[in-house]
Design a protein around this ligand. Structure first.
Ligand SMILES: CC(C)(COP(=O)(O)OP(=O)(O)OC[C@H]1O[C@@H](n2cnc3c(N)ncnc32)[C@H](O)[C@@H]1OP(=O)(O)O)[C@@H](O)C(=O)NCCC(=O)NCCS
Length: 164
C-alpha cells in the first residue's frame, strides 16, 4: 500500500525531475545487468528537452510523494499495431525515494489509460533488470531483443506483453 502517492500527468517543469530520475535509475538499478559502457551511453543519450514533446502529448505520467516527483511512466500508441496495442516506452522510479510500490502504481495508471483508449494489449521492451517486475505486473516474456541507443550501440532487452 502506497500512502500519499499522487499519479498525475507530467507538466512542463517536470523535465528536470524526470531527467534526474531517469539517469539515476539507469546508473543505480540498470547497472546490475549492463556494463559500464552501456550505462554511460544510455545516460549520455538523455537530455531534459527530449521529454517536452511527450509531456505536451500527455504521454508521461508521474508519481508524486509529498510534492516530490518519485517516478514516471511513458505510455504511447504502438506505431506498428492495429491501434489496439499500446507501448510502455519507459518506467523509472527514483532509486533513492525509499518508497515501495511506485512502479506498480504507475503501471496501474498506465493500464487504466490504455484501457480507456480501447487498447487490449500492452507491450514493453524490458531492461534485463526489470523483467521480474514486469512479470509480477502480469506481463509474459517473449523473445530476447535489442533496444537501439545510437547508430552503433544496442542494449539487450526482452520483449514482453500483457493482454488487458
Ligand atoms: C523496475 C522499477 C520501475 C520497479 O519499480 P518499483 O517501485 O521498485 O516497483 P514496486 O515497488 O512497485 O514493485 C512491485 C513488485 O515487483 C518487485 N520488483 C520490483 N523490482 C524488481 C526487480 N528488479 N527484480 C525483482 N522483483 C522486483 C517488487 O519486489 C514487488 O513485488 P511484491 O509485489 O511481491 O512485493 C524500478 O525498480 C526501476 O526504476 N528500475 C530501473 C529502471 C528500469 O529498469 N525500468 C524499466 C525500463 S523498461
Amino acid at each position: 500500500m502506497v500512502h500519499d502517492l499522487t499519479i498525475r500527468n507530467a507538466i512542463e517543469g517536470d523535465e528536470d525531475d524526470i531527467y534526474n530520475i531517469h539517469t539515476e535509475a539507469i546508473k543505480k538499478k540498470c547497472s546490475s545487468h549492463y556494463g559500464t559502457e552501456d550505462v554511460d551511453v544510455w545516460v549520455a543519450r538523455q537530455n531534459k528537452a527530449k521529454y517536452l514533446p511527450s509531456i505536451a502529448a500527455r504521454e508521461i505520467v508521474v508519481a508524486e510523494k509529498l510534492g516530490k516527483v518519485v517516478g514516471f511512466g511513458h505510455l504511447l500508441d504502438c506505431k506498428e499495431s492495429d491501434g489496439k496495442t499500446m507501448q510502455i516506452r519507459g518506467l523509472f522510479v527514483d532509486p533513492d525515494c525509499g518508497v515501495k510500490g511506485v512502479g506498480s502504481a504507475l503501471m496501474k495508471e498506465m493500464e487504466k489509460r490504455a484501457r480507456d483508449c480501447s487498447a487490449n494489449c500492452l507491450i514493453v521492451q524490458s531492461a534485463l533488470n526489470a523483467v521480474e517486475f514486469y512479470r509480477k505486473c502480469g506481463f509474459i516474456t517473449l523473445e530476447l531483443s535489442t533496444f537501439q541507443l545510437s547508430e552503433q550501440w544496442y542494449l539487450q532487452c526482452y520483449n514482453m506483453i500483457k493482454k488487458l
